[in-house]
Design a protein around this ligand. Structure first.
Ligand SMILES: *[C@@H]1O[C@H](CO)[C@@H](O)[C@H](O)[C@H]1NC(C)=O
Ligand SMILES: *[C@@H]1O[C@H](CO)[C@@H](O)[C@H](O)[C@H]1NC(C)=O
Ligand SMILES: *[C@@H]1O[C@H](CO)[C@@H](O)[C@H](O)[C@H]1NC(C)=O
Ligand SMILES: *[C@@H]1O[C@H](CO)[C@@H](O)[C@H](O)[C@H]1NC(C)=O
Ligand SMILES: *[C@@H]1O[C@H](CO)[C@@H](O)[C@H](O)[C@H]1NC(C)=O
Length: 601
């Protein structure tokens, strides 16, 4: 196993490393900017020179798995077929005409996600920043009593189960706080933050203890007659949640807890809420569900502002990266569930090599490898070492402070199958190490590709990779350049794809299309229905940073299990993923409003 030179982490000053990091990043951004300007200039010149020899304008085409080309009109035709299929509520796959295809490969489905994060993510970054500058704890704390007592909060609570799912609970609360223009509370258990030994939370958030204190101090009950009441809405109880039918922006309760929100789906349910108020607030944050090409990296942006590694975890991350070492270029995450499938390794290696080719950098790339299955890492490291330097957190050799915790932690034998045999804290070092990747995250799996954990790694890495929005003149120039270059190159070879998120599928996982991607919160689940081709070869597909919650996109279609699940929420979903808005309205008006509250003061 290759490792960076081991140096005592204690000799390393965290602050100076951060500063160096910041400066070099800015320098790099400037260089990149100049390079792009130059590239744009070159391309425009070349375009001018070759323009005269062009007789026909190029058409946008999509290559199918059979090598057949599907042009734009044909793609639109398919979309129409999707609608027609819904109108006649046919449950069988559509007929393949000479020009249209009735299914797509994962690579084809992923085309739309290639390098699109920049524009929409900057917009959402700004939105989130503005939100927290208005609703962040430092400002709200100072409000005069009559304003403070009218202010609203959303609370995020997490237990210490699987990190991905628990983190999504907090991030959903954060997203909801943005949609509802309320402040964010991070729930504590006996005075401790969730994963508080490994994660620090932004001082823009409140604790419930502080809100209670301020409520009393400001006399909200005594002077204004306002009780500190929390309204609870449980997303995991389909017959009780108001995600689709309630106008949460009008709820009078000072605190809202949206419970059981373990993935990217719950927050995006509001995209189909019957109240325009709610729907608009949701699409301002998440984009429109049918435009897969313009979906911002919401959860990555939220993490970027809300969480950071604890000192101990950061110490371990820096130990792996090496004293003053370069940040990794690429992360490979393999969820193998103790299987050592050679085919999964083979497919992932090819996908990784493609990401490496896209780097186009002179120096030897650095690749972080993480997996729940240590023997898998051992196996694949030699192969990757042929093309890149492998970084891996070998916790048994780490002597930093965090490792002292091993002894005090209870054994979690029952989760070994799910999380692997490594101690719990290792998952946090792996998380923050993996999210330092500057250029790409590649996922593979034994069965389901795209766990919530891996999804969040990619989201955070992507958010960090687009740098700081602060030097705005520079960013503006960059964005204009990207736009120009992007337009000229019509998507292909475009510099807009500064960060890629790739999923690797071995052919045997795709024998029946994406049918095995049954996880409700897994990123490819929304594509797993009849529109995914059977018998695909290995795939290496661009992957959305924001997992879709609905099925409105061109190649999206649900599996029967999810049609059934949505039925419980009162939604009739067609076999092609379309829904009837009128039906939701009818459902909501026939349903009785359920209010569950708890009073604190
Ligand atoms: C959000 O709340 C603040 C006061 O806390 C108010 O000034 C602002 O107009 C609200 N914004 C929206 C979009 O409702
Ligand atoms: C909050 O955190 C930011 C960045 O972490 C820091 O610059 C600021 O001083 C902190 N504010 C308070 C009041 O602690
Ligand atoms: C690993 O997965 C493959 C393919 O699903 C299966 O054939 C094999 O039996 C599994 N091996 C173990 C040790 O579980
Ligand atoms: C890794 O390399 C070994 C030795 O060259 C080879 O036998 C094996 O097939 C390779 N594994 C993959 C997944 O390519
Ligand atoms: C993109 O680059 C590849 C290889 O450099 C080239 O074959 C292809 O034609 C390019 N595509 C476009 C649209 O320029």
């Amino acid at each position: 196993m290759l490792h960076t030179t081991l140096q005592s982490p204690k000799t390393k000053s965290k602050r100076s490393s951060k500063m160096r990091y910041g400066i070099s990043r800015r320098k790099r951004a400037l260089l990149r900017c100049l390079f792009i300007l130059f590239a744009a200039f070159t391309f425009i010149t070349r375009l001018m020179l070759t323009l005269r020899s062009l007789d026909a304008p190029p058409t946008t085409t999509t290559t199918t798995s059979n090598g057949a080309m599907l042009d734009l009109p044909a793609q639109l035709e398919l979309l129409d077929l999707k609608r027609v299929a819904f109108m006649s509520s046919a449950e069988t796959p559509i007929q393949a005409g000479p020009k249209t295809k009735n299914c797509a490969t994962v690579d084809e489905m992923g085309k739309v996600f290639k390098g699109r994060i920049l524009k929409d993510s900057f917009r959402v970054r700004k939105l989130i920043q503005t939100h927290f500058s208005i609703n962040g704890a430092p400002r709200i704390r100072e409000l005069p009593p009559e304003q403070f007592c009218r202010h609203g909060f959303v609370i995020g609570k997490a237990s210490e189960a699987g990190f991905g799912n628990e983190m999504y609970k907090l991030l959903t609360a954060a997203a909801l706080s943005v949609m509802l223009n309320r402040s964010l509370i991070i729930g504590q258990t006996r005075g401790k933050y969730p994963f508080g030994d490994y994660i620090l939370y932004s001082n823009l958030t409140f604790t419930l203890r502080e809100v209670k204190h301020l409520w009393r101090q400001n006399g909200c009950l005594k002077k204004y007659g306002r009780h500190l009441v929390m309204r609870i809405d449980d997303f995991e109880k389909p017959t009780k949640t108001n995600a689709l039918c309630g106008n949460w922006r009008k709820w009078p309760q000072p605190i809202i807890w949206y419970q059981g929100t373990t993935d990217a789906v719950a927050a995006q349910f509001f995209l189909k809420n019957v109240h325009p108020d709610m729907r608009n607030a949701a699409s301002e944050l998440f984009g429109k569900p049918e435009s897969l090409q313009s979906r911002p990296n919401v959860f990555g942006e939220l993490m970027r502002i809300l969480i950071s590694p604890s000192r101990d975890v950061e110490e371990a991350v820096n130990w792996v990266i090496g004293n003053g070492g370069r940040d990794p270029d690429i992360t490979l995450h393999m969820r193998m569930l103790m299987n050592r499938s050679v085919r999964a390794a083979q497919a992932a290696l090819n996908c990784l090599k493609r990401a490496i080719r896209n780097l186009r950098q002179g120096s030897r790339p650095r690749v972080v490898v993480i997996s729940d299955t240590p023997s898998f890492i051992k196996g694949i490291t030699a192969n990757i070492s042929e093309v890149a330097e492998v970084l891996h957190f070998d916790y048994e050799r780490f002597r930093g402070k965090v490792s002292d915790d091993i002894k005090s932690l209870p054994s979690l034998e029952f989760r070994v199958k799910d999380w692997g045999p490594a101690p719990r804290w290792v998952a946090f070092v792996d998380f923050f190490l993996a999210s330092r990747a500057k250029h790409a995250v590649v996922l593979g799996a034994h069965r389901r590709v795209g766990t919530t954990y891996a999804q969040l790694i990619a989201a955070l890495a992507a958010a960090d990779s687009i740098g700081n929005a602060a030097p705005c003149v520079l960013q503006l120039i960059c964005m204009v350049c990207y736009l120009i270059v992007g337009l000229i190159l019509s998507g292909e070879n475009s510099t807009t794809s500064r960060f890629s998120f790739l999923s690797s599928f071995q052919g045997n996982l795709l024998a029946e299309g994406l049918k095995l991607q049954v996880g409700w919160g897994h990123v490819w689940n929304r594509f797993a229905g009849p529109l995914s081709c059977r018998g695909q070869s290995n795939q290496c597909a661009f992957t959305p940073l924001l997992p879709p919650a609905w099925w409105d996109g061109q190649w999206q279609s649900p599996i029967p299990r999810d049609i059934h699940r949505l039925e419980q929420y009162g939604i009739r979903l067609s076999g092609f993923g379309t829904i009837d808005e009128n039906q939701i309205h009818a459902f909501c008006s026939s349903r009785k409003n359920i209010v569950k509250t708890v009073s604190f003061i």
